[in-house]
Design a binder for this molecule. Structure first.
Ligand SMILES: [Zn+2]
Length: 161
């Protein structure tokens, strides 16, 4: 596996860099091969960025702050993530590709983080089907937005974790 330069953009993205995808906030470091990172997971992150996340970023047309993205198995346990969390990048989404998932908040000018998450959730909810995304329903006072590209039926795109 060729370990990516953490400060370089992911694939063709001009928004997101590898450090945002691989950083483990509670560990204070980036994920490595020793954590289980491999070329299939890097490919999943590139696919997610280019074909799902960049279009959402273009649609909202404001900066995003990334909270967490890839989680290795041990780290997912540390943060009490769901057993089959899409943050693990282990769910097969077809054509030999794995899923990816991100937690973020959009930065709407003059709005608090919660207000930005509420507005961002409403905006992204209206394009889930068109953009083949899922998003977690994090209630009326969300502190972040979770989106992933796990395939599902349209009725289950805005799901309760
Ligand atoms: Zn999440």
């Amino acid at each position: 596996m060729q370990y990516p330069d953490l400060n370089s953009y992911i694939g063709s993205s001009s928004y997101f860099i590898w450090k945002e995808a691989l950083w483990l906030p509670k560990g204070g470091r980036a994920a490595t091969e020793e954590d289980g990172l491999n070329s299939d997971i890097l490919d999943a992150i590139i696919n997610f960025t280019e074909n799902y996340l960049d279009p959402v970023r273009d649609y909202l047309n404001i900066p995003f702050v990334v909270h967490c993205w890839y989680r290795p198995p041990e780290y997912n346990k540390l943060v009490a993530g769901a057993e089959h969390s899409p943050h693990l990048c282990l769910t097969d989404i077809g054509n030999g590709m794995f899923c990816s998932a991100i937690d973020l908040h959009p930065v709407f000018e003059g709005m608090s983080e919660i207000e930005s998450c509420i507005k961002g959730t409403e905006m992204i909810n209206s394009i889930l089907c068109e953009y083949s995304l899922r998003m977690e329903n994090l209630g009326s006072s969300p502190l972040w937005i979770h989106i992933d590209n796990v395939p599902t039926q349209n009725a289950f795109r805005f799901f309760t974790p």
